[in-house]
Design a protein around this ligand. Sequence first.
Ligand SMILES: Cc1cc2nc3c(=O)[nH]c(=O)nc-3n(C[C@H](O)[C@H](O)[C@H](O)COP(=O)(O)OP(=O)(O)OC[C@H]3O[C@@H](n4cnc5c(N)ncnc54)[C@H](O)[C@@H]3O)c2cc1C
Length: 501
Amino acid sequence: MANYEFDAIWFGGGAAGRFGAAFHKALGGKPLIVEKKCLGGECHINRCAFENFFADQASMAELLRLYSGKSWYPNLDLSSISMAKAVETYRKVGQKAFADTMKHQTEIQLNVEVAWGEGKIIDKNTVEVNGKIYKGKNLVIGAGSRPTMPDIPGIDLPGVMTYRDHPEIRKDPKKMVVIGGGKIGIGKAAMFAPFNIEVTVLEKYTCLPKWDRDVRNYIFRDFKRRGIKIYEGVDVKEIKGKGKVEAVVTEIEGKIMEFPCDTVMVSVGLTPNSEVAKPLGVKVGKENEIIIDKGCRTNVPGIYAVGDVAGSPYFMAVARKRGMVAAKNMMGKEAQWDDSLPIPDHIYVPPLEATMVGLTEAEAREKYGDVVLIQVPWGPRPKDPHPEEYYPGFENWSLPICGRTHTLNLLFYGQGRNGLMKAIVDPISRKYVGFHSVGDGAKDGFQYLSYLLKIGWTIDQMSELHEIFLNPEHFIQLSRLVAGQEELKGYAAQVYLEEDF
Ligand SMILES: Cc1cc2nc3c(=O)[nH]c(=O)nc-3n(C[C@H](O)[C@H](O)[C@H](O)COP(=O)(O)OP(=O)(O)OC[C@H]3O[C@@H](n4cnc5c(N)ncnc54)[C@H](O)[C@@H]3O)c2cc1C
């Protein structure tokens, strides 16, 4: 049997490759990462970390506008609000700071070897980087994904962009059309609008189809009030313009409609970068993803695939944990992807964020029949709130969600935007089946709620926990209010009030 310099070559040092290689090293293996750009991959260049920063900037812009001249806040001159300036800071500071930190942590602190440069896979045990040959017993492909570009006339016009171009923007758009109403497209719409940019979202089917109806209603109602337009059932025919984007031409319910704009953000999904592996004979699926089993093994022995290159779901947790699974299997510790642990998800809707884990109410009703909802607020929200006025009917819609910052302001200044909280319980087993929130600061808790769903956590167990009061996720105390019921019925009024937007 051949002796190899490395136990595995991790091809791509993004979320999947970097975490997988570090775990591999910790297990006693000898990994090599091959990376052409920066460790940590797209996350901090133009994805998660960038969006986190930009969501903060958008929240700031939105809140400055909201607070200006209210209560003790001074009247602010908001003419200098600039999205392009916000992203310039990230380009100049954020991207470099993250890249340096990842490099330091990986190479110095964790002592994982990195071959810097564009890698070329020669065969399953051989990778070439800058003319140097590296040999590994195993090969782990973690080459990531790229934005999917639909085949629309005009897609190459200047002014058409994807998430990759967002940090590169030098001038604020005035009118923007977002093609695609998934969580990235909806997040972009919510984040661009506070910078005085007119935003319209065009979605082929339904926006945020995987999200609970109450959360969707909350977000879209808020969009309506902020002037962000949403169209569903849209067939985009063409992006029009002489030398640059001028309009998006669509067909909606049989009618041709044009949306004038200077910028188009295309957000219709991701395509795995599996091309690097095709010559090796690995099986590739319909979405261009490398097909793997639950142990992250491809059909070729000794070749693994991790992260986005192995297809959806596209999450950091999935990328990193696929890396761990592959590392364990290479080191003879049989490991499998755990489907029983639900994956939490979130969307930035500045100044708040939406988070979910487990089943939506519709899914829960289909599976369990009648379910109990632990929810605030309950019922419709006022259509036309006025700052700093008390509303008759307050009790029906406004129990404050006390988030990290601002949510009480959002309530008291009449925004009617102070959040939403919903836990879904199966009344027979008394187990939670889903959690949903729109708020500020609840996201962290959802990482642990995922595990509680997996182990079948009940309302009775929840009521015994110690809450930190005031808290952004009220699930403990809200559940405790009804946990004493022998036959679990939830709150007295379980009638659902329609509020679709
Ligand atoms: C806009 C956006 C926002 C997102 N936000 C979130 C979020 O908030 N939370 C979340 O959980 N998920 C989020 N995701 C998903 C998450 O970013 C991905 O699932 C994750 O980055 C995938 O990691 P990866 O290692 O598979 O790929 P990547 O991070 O893309 O890493 C692939 C690496 O491979 C390298 N590479 C490729 N080819 C070669 C080669 N030939 N030679 C050398 N190196 C090579 C690349 O340079 C890159 O560093 C977001 C996705 C998008 C599009």
